[in-house]
Design a binder for this molecule. Sequence first.
Ligand code: ZN
Length: 158
Amino acid sequence: MNETDIKHLRRCVELAGEALDAGDEPFGSVLVDGEGRVLAEDRNRIADGDSTRHPEFALARWAAENMAPEQRRKATVYTSGEHCPMCAAAHGWVGLGRIVYASSSEQLSAWLSELGLAPPPVATLPINTVVPGLPVEGPVPELAEQVHALHRRLHAST
Ligand SMILES: [Zn+2]
């Protein structure tokens, strides 16, 4: 992981903060092509009742519609929180490349339990359990702590 990776992850955490400010859960993701260009970004949009509207899922569908298979393979998806199994599967099905995340699913599970909240309805499997062989990097302790703070804010306000 290099400075450029950290820069994109910081943007993901910023998008997660925007999601939280908009009344959604704090998750944000960025899609970067093999030449380092940011092609698309999104944040969580589940507040209206569709719990599948995760940013990683939206980016996988964007990639399927807008990128050639070879371009997808060379792309990297950065995200504030490790892909859930649904998003990891979508990522794998459309043939996207590397994933870099700021905080892990394991960390999210620990935070929810620490806040006395029920675990999510879908198991928090590591990405490589869903998509074997995919290059995956994370978490980044300093940024994970920022994501943790966003989750504490989410549940403090409800
Ligand atoms: Zn997801």
